[in-house]
Write a protein that binds this ligand. Structure first.
Ligand code: GLU
Ligand code: ZN
Length: 276
């Protein structure tokens, strides 16, 4: 079976060395390499950053299939998936602010931190609100699925299996649709990886904790679970991971200084043939 991989940047800033590494790993691991522009956060996404992404990736020597999927074109697909989960009684509306959630956690310093921050205490679960953010009822979801699992081929190789108790405690009722954008990263990424026929999701190990959520959603929506390959993060000299605001590490900066694509590969620890 052809291996299909993707690189899924958000056009909210310049690509830096960490993005270059992620894109190179994805491209090296796929027979087909796809690109997806994750621009659901319209307030932060800019067309000029998208153009810069294409320019940097082409300069690195990468080629991807067109047309490129853009999440801002896909809202109806996310709405359909959300409607399916709502119709099955696996969601509820939540009107809590961040402050409400903090206040509801009796000892926030001891609260469990999940993939999206403090695990939601379930305040709105039985309130029957008609509006607000849409949360997944993890207990109901896992009562349906029993357990979920995925195979990791990257930094923590093996079969990862999660039961209801673990996911309710460590992940909880995550947001599937933000009030402002009508979807969330989790819902969009699951719907899109399936639509693009991705066979191996490659991404940074900072997203390892989110994968259990994605596998739950795949189970509920009847979508296949791909392989997962989480890779190491590129860090600066002080050992701090790079972030979008670290413009000092922008690829464009190295390009302007005369670096070659081979220099970039070396800087992120890739030999010409390796996939890191
Ligand atoms: N768009 C995400 C990011 O920029 C990556 C999502 C993913 O690979 O699942 O970090
Ligand atoms: Zn709430």
């Amino acid at each position: 079976m052809a291996r299909v991989t993707r690189f899924a940047p958000s056009p909210t800033g310049p690509l830096h060395l960490g993005h270059a590494y992620a894109a190179l790993v994805a491209a090296a691991r796929g027979d087909r390499f796809l690109l997806r522009i994750e621009d659901i956060d319209c307030a932060r996404s800019r067309p000029e950053w998208e153009a810069a992404i294409f320019d940097d990736l082409a300069w690195l020597g990468l080629a991807w299939e067109t047309p490129v999927m853009r999440q801002s074109d896909r809202l109806p697909a996310y709405q359909a998936a959300l409607a399916q989960l709502q119709a099955e009684g696996l969601t509820y509306h939540c009107t809590c602010t961040r402050g409400d959630i903090r206040a509801a956690l009796s000892a926030p310093q001891e609260g469990v931190i999940g993939p999206d921050g403090p695990v939601y205490p379930g305040t709105c679960r039985d309130k029957g609100h008609a509006t607000g953010a849409v949360r997944m009822n993890m207990g109901a979801a896992m009562a349906r699925l029993g357990a979920v699992a995925f195979t990791e081929t990257g930094t923590r190789p093996g079969l990862w299996r999660y039961d209801a108790q673990t996911l309710c405690r460590d992940v909880g009722d995550v947001v599937l649709a933000r009030r402002d954008i009508g979807t969330s990263y989790h819902l969009a990424v699951v719907v899109d990886d399936a639509a693009q026929g991705i066979t191996e999701v490659t991404r940074g190990e900072d997203l390892f904790g989110a994968t259990a959520i994605h596998v739950v959603l795949q189970g509920l929506l009847g979508l296949p679970t791909p392989l997962y390959h989480h890779h190491r993060l590129i860090r600066d000299a002080a050992g701090k991971r790079l972030a979008k605001r670290d413009d000092a590490r922008a690829l464009s900066k190295y390009r302007a200084e005369g670096a070659t694509p081979a220099d970039i590969r070396r800087m992120v620890g890739l030999t010409s043939a390796g996939t890191g």
